[in-house]
Design a protein around this ligand. Structure first.
Ligand code: HEM
Ligand code: NAG
Ligand code: NAG
Ligand code: NAG
Length: 231
């Protein structure tokens, strides 16, 4: 009996592909159940031209119930040594922040990942908040052993989500201290299924700017050796 109750969390995860008519992106979606009755939808859109071992931009969208204080996605599935994308509702606005942790304590601001909020797909209503933005620097980072970890654009990647029941201490401040989270939830999400051939065009159409070389069909000129220095 007790074993069953422990497994409920992982068993409640559901993955699928969704076309978002508001933005035009095709997203790979995971509905992550953070309680027995509520979930957070995490959606990722990937440039079709992204190549294994090379950094690329992604557009991500989260749909979060208002009772959640803050929600955080760990792009490498761990608290430490990977980009942490944190978000919450600040009144009628969504607020996001990129963080980095080297220990199980208050993460610091991470400037190697930048989020560009798109002009569409962002709202707070009576039940949920929804964020849609482009991340540059979320798919490749300097890992714990000094090498470089790059998420596979043509496969699945193991991610993690945490939620806190309390708002950050200063909701209007993106650098606010966070209040401790509940137990993390892990899953593997297909990035292949979030492939978008017209990624750049969609980014522009939704008010974003395109990072040169990340989502065109250009072939990288050479293999970049692993390096401990993030770009
Ligand atoms: C107030 C700030 C934070 C504190 C004090 C904190 C503290 C902790 C602690 C103590 C653990 C270990 C729990 C256990 O072993 O039972 C943990 C795990 C974890 N935390 Fe945090 N955390 C904070 C912020 C964040 C943020 C912003 C994220 C963003 C996604 C995050 C993601 C995770 C994940 C994925 C784990 C499990 C994997 C791992 O241990 O590396 N944490 N955290
Ligand atoms: C509130 O926003 C969420 C997330 O975008 C959406 O799923 C839901 O349908 C919206 N509710 C109303 C009443 O518009
Ligand atoms: C793509 O974006 C990453 C950041 O995510 C950057 O480091 C890299 O130089 C860009 N690639 C190209 C080919 O411009
Ligand atoms: C760090 O990166 C190196 C080289 O890319 C890789 O071989 C290694 O497995 C990575 N280590 C961790 C902890 O992810």
């Amino acid at each position: 009996m007790q074993l069953t109750s422990c497994l409920v969390w992982a068993g409640a995860l559901v993955g699928s592909v969704v076309f978002d008519s508001e933005t035009g992106f095709t997203f790979s979606e995971f509905k992550v159940a953070y309680s027995l009755t509520a979930n957070i939808a995490f959606r990722v859109a990937v440039p079709a031209a992204a190549q294994s071992g090379q950094p690329y931009d992604v557009v991500y969208q989260v749909v979060v119930p208002n009772q959640v204080g803050w929600a955080g996605i760990a792009f490498g599935g761990s608290m430490t040594y990977n980009p942490l994308l944190v978000g919450w509702a600040n009144g009628q606005q969504t607020q996001t922040s990129t963080r980095w942790a080297t220990a199980h304590s208050q993460p610091t601001i991470y400037n190697q990942a930048t989020l560009q909020k798109l002009t569409t797909g962002n709202r707070v209503n009576g039940t949920h908040w929804q964020f849609t933005g482009k991340c540059t620097g979320c798919t490749s980072w300097a890992n714990r052993s000094g090498g470089k970890t790059t998420l596979n654009p043509k496969g699945t990647n193991r991610l993690a989500l945490v939620i806190s029941n309390s708002k950050p201490q200063q909701p209007s401040n993106p650098s606010s201290n966070l209040v401790m989270h509940e137990n993390p939830i892990y899953w593997s999400q297909s990035f292949t299924e979030g492939s978008n051939a017209n990624f750049d065009e969609l980014v522009r159409k939704n008010g974003g700017t395109v990072t040169s070389g990340n989502s065109t069909s250009e072939t990288p000129t050479s293999e970049t050796p692993s390096s401990g220095t993030p770009q």
